[in-house]
Structure formats: structure tokens, C-alpha cells
Write a protein of this length. Structure first.
Length: 249
């Protein structure tokens, strides 16, 4: 029996999503440049030839993953941009929002962090374009704030880039902290065989505790960095003449 156009479209979309999900899972352990088409189709449970009905090549699949991953990042940025209150409140909530979204979508953030400077040019360009979109949105927000009175368009743009880069660096640091658990059967620093159930539980508990502590250190540092940026912003106009003079020398 011939399938209706609507049913075919649903099945096509389901297969496309299966390819994206399989690729994202495989990319937990490797880069996109090393990932093979047959690996992805095998993990997705489809024939290799069916891949080309959805993507012309692996680079195009990577770009589609960028778009999907930035869905998570857009939600995070929207939540940060919607915040009100004084500077300390905004800083505290912004950092908490970053941590929350990284924990909810670690695979997306790990993919973006790895491939932002990875070996697939089309994916690097796609990530850069998406980040530039965030910068433009932030420029719009910052330009409307009283603190930006007297700032040039270039200065506001540089400030927006600083905020976006800080967000990405913080997210990457949180990812590294949460994946710092021992990956082998023996904890190198303990001399304990982690393959036994009791010892393994102790190692895991210790690793979890260390990861939580490391994340707290990262979040506290991120808040301090944002406060330093805020402090520099408040004094930028009065320091600008001296800085411009130094630049001319």
C-alpha cells in the first residue's frame, strides 16, 4: 500500500533525527572529522545509502547538528537576556543559568566546544555565524542600556563579544569539570582497584565530590570575572582618553 505524503514526511523526519542523534552520541568520544558515515548509519540502524536522502555529506550533517545544538544555547541566552535586577543579581543568575543548561544538554555543549575550532571548515563557519548572531542581539541590548551612553558602536560590539566568549568559556569549563571522573579500572591516585563494587562506589563518590567542588570554583570565578567586566564598563569612558593615547604611541 502506498504511503501518503504526510506519512512519508514523518518517516523521513524521524530517520533524519535518528541520524543526528546517533552522530551526537558518537561525537561524545571523537571529533566530527574522524567520524565515518557508516558508523553513523550503523548506530542509527539504517542502510548507508539512505544517508544521502537526508544529507549530501558528513559536513552537512555537522552543520545540522550546529543548528540543533544552538537551540539549547538560544534558550539559555534568552533566559539570561530576560533577567532584570541589579548587576549582582543578574551576574549570579546568569552563571546559574549557564550551569543549568550545560547539565541539561551536555552533548550539545560538548559538540560546540570541540567543533568550534575543529577540523571541519563548514561546521566552524556555522558555529561562528551562530555566535555572531548572539553578539548582534547582545549589542542591541547593551546599546539600549544607560551605561552605554557615549560608547561607540565598536566599543559596544567588543563588550558583547567579551560576554559571549565568557559564556562559552564558562560552559566549556563546566563540561570539563563534570567529565573529570576516572575512566579506567584503577584510580591513579588511590591505589584502589575500582572494579570491585565497594571500591568502585568509593571512587565514584570521590570523583563526584571532586567534580562538584571544581564546578563551584569555576562558577565563583565566572561571577568574579563578570563583576570585573562590569566594573571596567562603568569606568571605561573616564579611562578611554588615556588608553587611546597609549594606542597612538
Amino acid at each position: 500500500m502506498e504511503l501518503s505524503g504526510g506519512v512519508r514526511q514523518v518517516r523521513k523526519q524521524r530517520t533524519r533525527q535518528a541520524l543526528l542523534d546517533a552522530a551526537l552520541e558518537l561525537l561524545e568520544q571523537q571529533s566530527l572529522s574522524s567520524l565515518g558515515l557508516r558508523e553513523v548509519t550503523r548506530a542509527a540502524g539504517i542502510a548507508p545509502a539512505a544517508f544521502y536522502r537526508h544529507f549530501p555529506d558528513m559536513a552537512t550533517l555537522g552543520v545540522a547538528l550546529v543548528e540543533a545544538s544552538f537551540g539549547s544555547l538560544r534558550a539559555m541566552v534568552r533566559e539570561i537576556r530576560a533577567q532584570g535586577g541589579d548587576v549582582d543579581d543578574v551576574i549570579g543568575r546568569s552563571v546559574d543559568v549557564i550551569a543549568q543548561h550545560v547539565h541539561e544538554q551536555p552533548a550539545h555543549f560538548r559538540f560546540l566546544a570541540r567543533e568550534r575550532h575543529g577540523g571541519v571548515a563548514a561546521v566552524r563557519v556555522a558555529i561562528a555565524a551562530e555566535l555572531d548572531g548572539f553578539v548582534r542581539d547582545l549589542v542591541e541590548d547593551l546599546s539600549a542600556q544607560p551605561e552605554s551612553a557615549g560608547w561607540s558602536a565598536t566599543e559596544v560590539r567588543v563588550l558583547a563579544e567579551l560576554y559571549v566568549n565568557h559564556t562559552m568559556l564558562t560552559a566549556t569549563a563546566i563540561l570539563e569539570a563534570t567529565t573529570g571522573e576516572p575512566r579506567l579500572g584503577v584510580d591513579p591516585g588511590s591505589g584502589v582497584d575500582a572494579t570491585s563494587s565497594h571500591a568502585g562506589a568509593e571512587v565514584r563518590a570521590g570523583a563526584d565530590s571532586a567534580a562538584r567542588y571544581e564546578e563551584r570554583v569555576i562558577l565563583n570565578a565566572a561571577r568574579m570575572q563578570l563583576r570585573l567586566i562590569s566594573l571596567g564598563r562603568r569606568h571605561w569612558l573616564e579611562e578611554r582618553p588615556a588608553i587611546e593615547e597609549q594606542d597612538r604611541e
